[in-house]
Design a protein around this ligand. Structure first.
Ligand code: ATP
Length: 263
């Protein structure tokens, strides 16, 4: 099936773009000729486990150089050396899991993240407190990292991603493992981030995309199978026998077919 591509103009310049990006591990192609542009607001990367979402986020973050194709991010084309160092000060990343010293307090951990992102020392404490306020964790600033619940840890993970006031923030499966109430809270939080900076969020949950994203790209086995607005994804099939009615899930199943139902 050929990819569905929206031609609708977004009215904003892309914040990041990949063109013809492929990545292989040995004989396995993980990203296959991926061309995508990301603009302001929240963009979802929707796909099953192993589709290549984390790998694409690592390319956008400059952590991984594409085997072929080009990355343009925050105005830097095919960044290298000094450009990569500049970019890392302007990009925030929430990985699927992140390491920390359990004895650090929440504030110490967030300040440490600010140091890593080269926030000037005079501003580090203030920026850490602001980032913790943003994720409603300021009241836990003195709690040890090792004493946080999973949901709290995820919020601190977002705080560390926002501590350098990034222009682009990359969230890898931010709602995985959260209970339903926490997930609802996170959706509101992520929508708020989208008003401050461009957000790219990977997920395998159609519901997250429906509630949070302005735009969505569907990745299946390393290939882009759809890119457009959430409404355009919902409108793809009309309705799905599996889930009934037009929805993100129905649009996704229309693209993924039995691959998604059986995975
Ligand atoms: N360093 C690596 N060496 C070999 N294979 C890898 C490596 N990193 C990722 N892969 C493989 O690349 C494929 C894509 O992985 P990736 O983590 O990008 O997918 P994903 O869509 O983020 O999946 P998930 O939702 O499970 O995290 C998987 O098959 C994975 O096993």
């Amino acid at each position: 099936m050929s990819p569905h591509n929206s031609t609708a103009a977004t009215g904003t310049e892309p914040v990041a773009a990949v063109a013809g990006v492929s990545i292989r591990y040995g004989s396995t192609t993980v990203l296959d000729d991926v061309t995508l542009a990301f603009s302001a607001g929240v963009t979802g990367l929707l796909g099953p486990n192993g589709a290549g979402k984390s790998t694409l986020l690592s390319v956008l973050s400059t952590a991984r150089r594409p085997g072929s194709g080009t990355l343009t991010v925050l105005g830097e084309q095919a960044p290298n050396g000094a450009a990569v160092r500049r970019l890392r000060q302007r990009i925030g990343v929430l990985p699927q899991s992140f390491g920390f010293y359990p004895a650090f307090t929440v504030l110490e951990f967030t300040e440490y993240a600010a140091w890593l992102r080269k926030v000037p020392s005079a501003r580090r404490r203030q920026r850490a407190r602001e980032a913790l306020r943003l994720v409603e964790m300021e009241q836990y600033a003195d709690r040890k990292m090792g004493a946080l619940s999973g949901g709290m840890l995820r919020r601190v993970g977002i705080a560390q991603a926002m501590v350098n006031e990034p222009a682009l923030v990359l969230l890898d499966e931010p709602t995985v493992g959260l209970d339903p109430a926490q997930r609802v809270g996170f959706r509101t939080l992520i929508q708020g981030l989208g008003e401050r900076c461009a957000v790219v969020m990977s997920t395998h949950l159609a519901e997250d995309v429906a509630h949070v994203c302005d735009r969505v790209s569907v990745l299946l086995q390393g290939k882009v199978r759809f890119t457009g607005t959430v409404a355009e994804l919902c409108a793809l099939p009309g309705e799905s026998p599996e889930v009934g009615g037009a929805s993100v899930e129905a649009g996704y199943l229309h693209l993924a077919g039995s691959e998604a139902v059986t995975s």
